[in-house]
Design a protein around this ligand. Sequence first.
Ligand code: NAD
Length: 434
Amino acid sequence: MRTHHLSVKIENKTARIGVLGLGYVGLPLALEFSRNGFHVTGFEVREDLVRSLRRGLSHVADVSSETVRDMTRAGRFHATDRFEELRAQDVVIICVPTPLRKTREPDISFIRTAAKDISKYLRRGQLVVLESTTYPGTTRDLVLPWLERKGLRAGRDFYLAFSPERVDPANKTYRIFNTPKVVGGLTPACADLACRLYSQVVERVVPVSSAEAAEMVKLLENTFRAVNIALINEMALMCHRLGLDVWEIIRAASTKPFGFMPFYPGPGIGGHCIPLDPQYLAWKMRSMNFDPRFIELAGVINRAMPKHVLHRIAEILNTHRKSLKGSRILVLGVTYKADVSDVRESPALDVISLLRETGCEVAYHDPWAPSVQVDAVRMRSKPLSDALLKACDLTAILTAHSAIDYRRVLKNSKAVFDTRNALAGMTSPRLFRL
Ligand SMILES: NC(=O)c1ccc[n+]([C@@H]2O[C@H](COP(=O)([O-])OP(=O)(O)OC[C@H]3O[C@@H](n4cnc5c(N)ncnc54)[C@H](O)[C@@H]3O)[C@@H](O)[C@H]2O)c1
């Protein structure tokens, strides 16, 4: 009966939707529901973000401030830090961070706090969906007990599901609406409601048999990427030893119409997902006395890439009779991937730190990151002038932002070390590729 009530509200878009955590994942999702006619409340613990969103300013590159303002004006979106408003929601979607502790163990404290906050205001008929990436079992073993602590039962009094977020920041082709959404419920009624909900905003919903299956799908996707990036990074090391150009090898291998999928090497992996998510699975499996060898090996290889970049830079300087110590290095691009402003876990920060440890003088340019913190030092992006390029002993391209004129970079640099193949098709004795 209650399921029916909520499904009608979902179908006629009168269901009120609360999104907990307005970051890279939560804000775009909240506004996607708003754009589709729902009334959405965004819950955020950071007061500065609540304030700026209320002023109509977006802090996420994939969401324009105009959209925030339009949806706010239409009365379909507002941000708040007043968690008592949770009671008024029909649906609550959790998009809080899932970082790692220094020990590389999962830090699920944000999910725990979110579950605790929701449990205070949980009422009959509500649907709660966890979207944060986490280890299999989190929805049932961590979130469910909090929500059931006052006697309400999932599948009967309220509904609980897991649906992994698949946001790919800066991807212009695949947005929320055309990226299929995987959904797993605690019970069939939970799954059914969550599928109905997402069907309102995405073209295709993919139900799986349980919340654990949905949690594992996300971990397979991101472990697949971490392992394949590690494989291609190791290929790059092997190609360098063999005097081969790994980019040429990938390009040619990609012509195989079946059974091959290109991945690209680089200075390491970054962002909130690929370096972290597989560790959630590894941790869970270790707790079950299972040794997740692929994940461990991929982590070791990917984490060693910044050191490899340092060695290559030393090699290149050496050919110019220079040592690392005292050399001036210009780093181009410090965000974890091209055309985003996110520097979380960015390998470029590790490379800068290593360069400085060896006595290099490091400057950087990044149109997306005006300043970054490396160890204890705050650095500021320098304007990319010909004079700067000429004054440095080497330019290291660590992130290939599309706004940079790479021909000009090559023309004015004493040496370029390109870890991203940003200078594809160009040749020069001053150009060195990963
Ligand atoms: N960033 C991505 O590209 C991406 C892609 C897919 C999945 N994910 C996953 O989605 C989840 C969120 O990632 P993100 O990148 O959006 O993180 P984020 O740090 O950008 O945003 C999370 C937001 O939640 C807020 N928050 C923390 N605790 C809260 C609470 N109790 N109540 C309300 N707000 C709270 C934080 O202040 C922050 O603004 C993570 O599990 C991540 O692994 C991220």
